[in-house]
Design a protein around this ligand. Structure first.
Ligand SMILES: C[S@@+](CC[C@H](N)C(=O)[O-])C[C@H]1O[C@@H](n2cnc3c(N)ncnc32)[C@H](O)[C@@H]1O
Length: 245
């Protein structure tokens, strides 16, 4: 499977992002994502698409006894091992679609900004519910359907270069979207809001929290951040696995 994160140019550009240099405190969604974590003392946590492993370290700091971070990219896993190693943390090169999802294994499954790379998201939801212990928690943050359905994932600009509006088209046609991100062509997957939320409800989950990312007051001075209040870029969900896997 092609993954742009293993492309050297893309990987170097990703490394320049503030979230890559400074970790979770520089991530625009963290003030909304952090409160979704359940108590993790003594718990087992799985991170799908862990990247540099920031959330794995956070889980270990919260008292998790076993944390497994999966990522398709060898480069990202290499980086995670350097930056976010820990006695309780294991990293594995593995696609979200390929993981074996053992029954009743994890107390909490986390995924930040990786599920918009997954084509059959409903299949992943079903398998996540299977691998969670009954009552276990799934928290994720993915690109919002309004963002993934955007035309070329970019604003329409005025002549002076300021963003005029965010175009949305073909909303109900889910699937592949070719986008430009960090100077590369990156393929993402668009899913409608119904597919995401009903996909959870139809596969054993109860919804606990649904949020759309908005920058915090403290971040609004950062160039471009005010534009994040013009359309939702990310969808955050906390769901409880209600069925026995
Ligand atoms: C935007 S990064 C987010 C990384 C990390 N979760 C974070 O928040 O810092 C997206 C990550 O998803 C990984 N990824 C993309 N498609 C994947 C797949 N099919 N299976 C596993 N990981 C995948 C990429 O390699 C990359 O590390």
């Amino acid at each position: 499977m092609k993954n742009e994160y293993d492309n050297e140019n893309f990987f170097q550009e990703y490394a320049k992002m503030s979230r890559s240099r400074e970790g979770l405190k520089a991530a625009g969604e963290w003030h909304q994502f952090k409160p979704l974590f359940p108590p993790l003392q003594g718990k087992n946590v799985l991170d799908l698409g862990c990247g540099y492993g920031w959330h794995c370290t956070f889980a270990a700091e919260q008292g998790a006894v076993r944390v497994l971070g999966l990522d398709l990219s060898e480069k990202m896993i290499e980086e995670a091992k350097k930056r976010n190693a820990g006695e309780q943390i294991e990293y594995r090169v593995c696609g979200i679609e390929e993981y074996e999802y053992p029954k009743n294994m994890w107390d909490c499954v986390v995924s930040n900004l990786a599920l918009h790379y997954i084509e059959d998201i409903e299949n992943v939801f079903q398998r996540v519910c299977t691998t969670l212990k009954p009552g276990g928690t799934f928290i994720f943050n993915m690109e919002h359907p309004v963002f993934t359905a955007g035309v070329g994932q970019d604003w329409v600009y005025a002549e002076d270069g300021t963003p005029q509006y965010w175009p949305v088209d073909h909303y109900f046609i889910s699937g592949e979207r070719s986008t430009h991100f960090l100077g590369c062509e990156v393929v993402k997957q668009h899913h409608t809001l119904t597919q995401i939320l009903m996909g959870l409800l139809n596969n054993g989950f109860e919804l606990e929290v649904v949020e759309e990312a908005e920058p915090s007051e403290e971040m609004l001075h950062i160039p471009g951040m005010k534009d994040e209040l013009r359309r939702p870029m990310m969808l955050l969900v906390k769901a409880r696995c209600a069925s026995e896997g």
